[in-house]
Ligand binder design. Sequence first.
Ligand code: B3K
Ligand code: ZN
Length: 877
Amino acid sequence: MKTDLPQTVRLADYEPPAFSVDAVDLTFDLEPQRTVVTAVLQLRRTGGAPGGPLVLDGENLDLLEVLVNGKKLSPPAYETSEDALTVFDPPEALTLETRVAINPKANTRLEGLYVSNTMFCTQCEAEGFRRITYFPDRPDVMATYRVTLRGDKAAYPVMLSNGNNVSNTDLGGGRHEAVWEDPFPKPSYLFALVAGDLAMVEDRFKTQSGRDVTLRIFVEHGNEDRCDYAMDSLIRSMRWDEERFGLEYDLDIFNIVAVSDFNMGAMENKSLNVFNAKYILADASTATDADFANIESIVAHEYFHNWTGNRVTCRDWFQLSLKEGLTVFRDQEFSSDQRSRPVKRIQDVRALRARQFPEDSGPLSHPVRPDAYIEINNFYTATVYEKGAEVIGMMQTLLGQDGFNDGLRLYFERHDGQAVTCDDFVAAMADANGKDLSHFKRWYSQSGTPEVTVTSAYDAGKKAYTLTLEQMTRPTPGQSEKQPLHIPLRIGLLGANGGDLDLVSDSGALDGGLVHLTEERQTVTFTNIPDRPVLSVNRGFGAPIALNTDQTDADLAFLMAHDSDPFARWEAGQQYATRLMKAAVTAMASGEAGDPKGQDAFVAAVKNILEDNSLDPAFKALAITLPTEEFVGEQLPVVHVDEIHAVRAALRRKIGADLQAEFRAAMAANEVREPFAPTAEQAGRRALRNAALAYLTADYGPEAAKLAKESFDRADNMTDTIAALSILTEVDGPERSAALEAFETRWKDNAQVMDKWFALQAVASRPDTLSHVKALTKHPCFDIRNPNKVRSLVGAFAMANPVRFHAKDGSGYTFLADSVIELDSLNPQVAARMLGTLGSWRRYDADRQALMRSALERIVAVPVLSKDSYEIASKSL
Ligand code: B3K
Ligand code: ZN
């Protein structure tokens, strides 16, 4: 908790550790309210001032004993403070033994060792290990660990830690002991332990070199039959990483544990991944297609960390994207190979635009490699993760897949077992390919989304087509001057028949279909172009930029129908719809009528997509979905909340009304009649069927209520159930409460499914939503200590319901601030996450600005505020 103003940590101040730790021996005597941790560290001076003290991190520890080389110390030979243990005059090499007591049961932060239901579990990344024992808790201190767990045999029959289980002993008196040894040196943030009465599901995997690996998933009793998909995803990830990158698993055992109380999605602890149960447990009746896809990608992500993160880790937390950007890139590639690559790309771009673009244009904008932080947990951001992955993807574009693989091989050759930097990664990529990536590297240090403006000119006489490309990045906090970046742009020119023209240019910037935009302004001239072509630019969204072009509405409709790049087809539709909605919002905000006629051509283009038999249903579902209200808001100088909501809803109603027959046909054609399977193919049909249903019910009238209720009653899987229920939460008839009650009665004992029920009510655009949300905080299934519940109710309301969260009277802001303040004293990490949406206050009208600011000011003024919330709230102001 903040006593003085919290300190800023800076990359520029990095110093190597004064002492390294060669080996760690930990013993846990596990009791929920008083666990005693004995740590024996083999330390060696490797830096710092000669003769300087040994300083170890430690927070919330009750120190019982300190021994150096077997001799007990007393003050003043050592000293403790709120966050450290200092040992004076330490020998150059020493064995340090400490004994501390901690209270896992009282740990509501869910960092360090805590109790979830009745099981013990840990979360150490980023700085949780210091809440378990005194240690140089920084990623560049890598050591081998031996861990002894002692606990009640009946309460904790399962006791797990990293590495191999080397012995199990009955201690008598109802207690037992398990010893685990991890042979791979690792940073403390990858330490984990789990103890509890857990059920287990087991499978096996044979690696390409013939190692037999035992795979286990531990869950609460009763959930054993909901682990199949996670296990299958794990096996597919292991195979894929061998095939794509030649990376093989390195131990004989790999464990996953699912826990109900978890601050994030999952954690890649060496050989003992701990997961939010939400991303393990699934079956047709409880999980949606989106849940299955998330499980697949998160299981893969954590598994992939074994090489990108664990074997090679980060030197310091500024380098977080070294492991996170790279591992996101890897899990995205995996999912693309398992499912549809274009569909995956569209989903990833939607997520990037929804989360990273606003971050990058707001007060919390930071580079992929940040250079300062107050609380590192605040930097597990869309920028570090998703923009970081885009930067890796651009390197693959620049080097080609083979060149990229060579770079990765060199990276592991050089750095296996080390804690390194983003510079080391780029150097391996550059050296393996004989390329200079120094200009490209600005993507790591420069924040903000580059805006690229493309203007075209066609010279009919010369049959030449010239593009002028200009890039600009707006100032961001701490960076007023911006430099041009190296932006690879995939370009296509479509001829009158919709096919791609051959690209011929004498410009050095063109390389295949790729234009390298490296300066502020460049021109590229294509020759031998018979007629004015239609331009397709930034195909595949190869660069994470915002684009302005001089494409006409007709160009966009043409691209929607013909572009050979599926991403670009989708994107053309999004740009077209955005254009129409922006115009209508601007007109409405200034009291004008607008020009609804312009919308007919767009509806015709949507009809085209629906009826194009060459497209798969998953793609169609995405292509007919309008950009979100948030996305439209970002394209406007001022976010006119109510007008945007009204305009988007009206456009959806119009599309639904104009294409009734087409949507009915799409529903019928995409009905899944065979038994449920979580395949991409079935998921695609369900997505299109449900998108069609949503259009047919877009007016939320009595007919809509009937149709949605029918669909709800007939649904035999969670995807269709949720699709219907999300419509029913908007209607006014009796169908609404009937469906919500039926759902609650059926699922009240399943926490994960109830999360969906909370979230649906929180995102309903009805005027009475906030009063429902407030009432739901008193529901027996709601618990402010459970992060999933907070995210489902408070998070969904504040982050996915713009029209109600931004209610003109400020009630949404007040509710959020109250929730954040209450949560901050329990779980700062989750509290800080919730308040991010207030940071965009400058984007709204004057009244909302004032209300949002005062909510932020109220949070900053809390006398005992965590540094997590302090950093987000104060930087937002
Ligand atoms: N590395 C963890 C995230 C830890 C977050 C700490 N606040 C999960 C992941 O990215 O795989
Ligand atoms: Zn990760």
